[in-house]
Design a protein around this ligand. Sequence first.
Ligand code: MG
Ligand code: MG
Length: 629
Amino acid sequence: MKTSIATVSIAGNLREKLGAIADAGFDGIEIFEQDFIADAGSPRDVGRMIRDHGLEITLFQPFRDFEGLPAGLRAKAFDRAERKFDLMQDLGTDLILLCSSVHPEALGGIDRAAADFAELGDRAARRGLRVGYEALAWGRHVNDHRDAWEVVRRADHPNVGLILDSFHTLARKIDPDTIRRIPGDRIFFVQLADAPAIDMDLLYWSRHFRNMPGEGDLPVEAFTRAVLATGYAGPVSLEIFNDQFRGSSARTITRDGYRALIATLDDVRRSEPELTVDLPPMPARIPVQGIAFVEFATRNGEAQSLKQLLAALGFEAVASHIAKDITLWQQGGIRIVVNEEADDFAGTAFNVHGTNVCDIGLSVDSAADTVVRATALGASPFSQPLGPGQLDIPAIRGLGGSVLHFLDDTGKLADVWSIEFGAGSARDVTGAGLVAIDHIAQTMTYGEMLSWSLFYTSLFRMGKSPMVDVVDPDGLVRSQALETDTGSFRITLNGAESHRTLAGAFLSESFGAPVQHLALATNDIFATAAALADRGFEALPISQNYYADLAARFDIPADTLDRMRAANILYDEDAHGAFYQLYSRPFANGMFIEILERRNGYAGYGAPNAPFRIAAQKRFMRQSGIPSR
Ligand code: MG
Ligand code: MG
């Protein structure tokens, strides 16, 4: 299908917008009049510039307050339309959007509006142009696509058609299946937008809070299915009014938009296979079996500190890479790769961020399929020159400059560890009883959170939990968990609004390193805490007040509470079970390790403890002279 995006959705001048839109993979644009007016070029120059970017103008918009006007105003509206037709011909586009009138003097009546459109259709036809009618959710007389369709139907003119916009239909909770009875060839254009569920004035909600399909709470996929069920085969376009997006990088927003649009169309054909969706085939969302490895980029003194920490955590260096300065550390089912190479991707990542997690490896059914789906959604494949004996492991660039590698059980990939690290890689290490990576916590600005959740949920079979507020003494951090239904892969996203929060300070100190903490699971938190202490591991000290409060909130036996206090173990419970966690002290630019035990299917992440943990980290950093803002 032809993909399109409205220029109003992104930041920049027209040239910058066109570059970002073309690079993201779109076929066309809806040109907003303001974008055209603000450009210095003539209409013909602007049209040529758009086509030079390989883009088509799918729609010119908006034209407001046309239909139902009393005689004098009516004539002026037709004059205005003729001037816009001139402009469209110069730009090189044949379709204009007319949104339903909000004019205070506009008169109601379907037949009156239909007569206006029939006449406008005649005038458009003389120039080979078409007009499309859209019901605004707050239109004065027409605010429902069913009424707009009735106007178009009665106008009965081949150059007059309907324009559908998911926001206007879904925000008013109109059943999208009512679209199915409209003939597809009478629908001239379709706009998709999602929005978070907020109870507010429709116009304000629409102009400021729209977001990409899948990022909000509206049933955009069901809407799109209904549209395609009519046989509509024209462009599918994003029209996203969002204050935050308009202040963000145009390249990020256009990539997100393309990803959201393709994922939605792919969802449509999966949920209603009888529909024809003109989109190349791609694998379905990828199930993730687990985290195969986490790779740190590090060097020199920081490398020594990291290795000391890993040893204190019970990890053992089981093997060295056959060709590169890379060590494999293991414990239970956890593999940590410590990369000290100066010249490869890790070397570059270290130069930018200092010690950081530069690469995450995921176990999937088919690594090749994963890369196919990711690239279909607009991700870039990743590769770097191979050393002798190294395998070409399928990989993509993630967000925040990181890399994701994919491992499966096919061919040589199944033996990647023995091929690249030799026989030592098969050794079992019990260590301190850590068995698996429970979750990876990534930090970004609050404004980037939607990009990250869309990236993961469009590529992998993962759900997202509601966003929660975490109180840092110096500001709010938003936190959202993404997880597979089996818990085989869990990511927590932490969006910092202020650089003074711990998450924000980490972002600025590390120049945007994506991973702030790794959470490692044990089946016996007390045995692990004792084993860690034997190895010289120093936990983050937790305040006595925390334990006094814990005793008041939960029914914990006194001796258990004493053991928790002694080992700095935090506690939470949910409807399923109990949760124990302890933290390392911060290392590198403020990264840390969390150790946790989930009992009886506890499903959360200890969010109620986060404010106390953050306060303890800031206290510790202050006392140790580590910058924490
Ligand atoms: Mg619209
Ligand atoms: Mg955590």
